[in-house]
Write a protein that binds this ligand. Structure first.
Ligand SMILES: Cc1ncc(COP(=O)(O)O)c(C=O)c1O
Length: 372
């Protein structure tokens, strides 16, 4: 078996020393405050402050954060929600879980929703736009806001990969009516399991989501609406509070690492397209992706040489079997379909050394026979 020289997964390094978390878990266990309670509240207050929104409602994962948000916005059976065709399944799954119809739009050269293609999809059934901060980069939310205002549409931002990013000093998830986040293990803020958050500046929306998340209860003996149990676990809230302290440092290192990769790979223009890095946009680099010629062969070569790489994803959402009922065909969205063939995700996490980053660049050069 090949020895891993550049690992993709960083969790074993991230959670090597858990003394502080264990200390706080012990304190929590003594209180037996296991359903919502003081730790969940503390995290929600800290997160809303960090992200720059008035209200934060934590949830048990990012998918539920999206579903609850759509429900709060009144999205229901037969409504159309415009979204991008290159995201994780959960973005579309959340729309469908509300009985609504996902209307896909192609992506642009930065793998973000192509804003110029949104307007042509708007009709009388359209109720919302659901842009994704894909890979931890962002579409131009100012332009999306303008469009939504013109057509009186709601905006829910899938900022699941965007915690810690900035668009001109403003956080992803704070542009639209609601923002949804994930704390899944492969996200910039993660919690030894699942977790999610919703943020909004609208009190009415926040109150409804808070109530719906906890069975629709006002209190133990009174139920206002029929809701669900989508609560964040206090054990996870403890981890989230702990990890939030490190987040800005992590994002800084990831950006530094991405710059090293960008600079190395840009020298191989003939074979690799590095996406544009927009001025005043800070990415989280949840995924470091470029387009590579002979992608599949390169993947095999890198893996053979101990570099763990991934593809996000080889098949777009509109061509998945689950999308068959919507009637999309091959060549519906040329950019996303092309990217599925050429995109490769390289490790960029905060535990990589410069030597490991340079090794990746060196191997890629070697693959293309450009190692001069
Ligand atoms: C873009 C995007 N949306 C939604 C989700 C769903 O989040 P979760 O796994 O916490 O349910 C994820 C991550 O898994 C994601 O990357």
């Amino acid at each position: 078996m090949t020895k891993v020289k550049v690992p993709f997964n960083y969790l074993q390094f991230q959670f090597k020393n858990n003394a502080e978390i264990f200390k706080d878990w012990k304190k929590l266990i003594k209180t037996t405050d296991f359903t919502l309670g003081h730790k969940v509240l503390e995290f929600e207050n800290k997160f809303s402050k960090y992200i720059g929104a008035k209200y934060c409602i934590s949830t048990n994962n990012g998918t539920d954060a999206l579903i609850l948000s759509l429900k709060a916005l009144g999205i229901k059976k037969g409504d159309e929600v415009i979204t991008v065709c290159n995201s994780f399944y959960a973005t579309t799954g959340a729309i469908v879980a509300c009985g609504a119809i996902p209307v896909f739009v192609d992506c642009d050269d930065r793998y973000q929703i192509d804003i110029n293609l949104i307007e042509e999809k708007i009709n009388t059934k359209t109720k919302a736009i659901l842009p994704v901060h894909w890979g931890g980069a962002s579409p131009d939310m100012y332009k999306i806001k303008k469009l939504a205002k013109k057509f009186k549409l709601k905006i829910l931002e899938d900022a699941c990969m965007g915690i810690g990013a900035k668009i001109k000093n403003k956080s992803p998830g704070t542009f639209g009516d609601i923002g949804a986040y994930s704390m899944h293990p492969l996200k910039s803020l993660n919690v030894m399991g699942d977790g999610g958050m919703i943020v909004t500046n609208n009190k009415k929306l926040a109150d409804w989501i808070k109530c719906y998340r906890n069975h629709g209860m006002i209190n133990r003996d009174n139920n206002k609406i029929w809701g669900v149990n989508a609560r964040l676990q206090p054990l996870q809230a403890v981890v989230a509070i702990n990890q939030l302290k490190n987040l800005d440092r992590i994002i800084k290192i990831r950006n530094k690492n991405a710059k090293i990769l960008d600079e190395g790979l840009k020298k191989l223009k003939k074979y690799i397209i590095v996406p544009e890095r927009v001025k005043n946009f800070t990415e989280t680099f949840a995924l470091y992706m470029c387009l590579f010629k002979k992608r599949d062969k390169l993947k095999f070569f890198l893996e053979k040489n101990g570099v763990e790489v991934k593809i996000h994803y080889p098949k777009p959402l509109h061509l998945q079997e689950a999308s068959r009922i919507y009637g999309y065909k091959k060549n519906s969205f040329l950019k996303a379909e092309k990217q599925c063939k050429y995109l490769l995700t390289l490790p960029v996490h905060q535990y990589l050394s410069k030597k490991q980053l340079m090794l990746m660049v060196k191997l890629i050069k070697q693959f293309y026979n450009e190692n001069k």
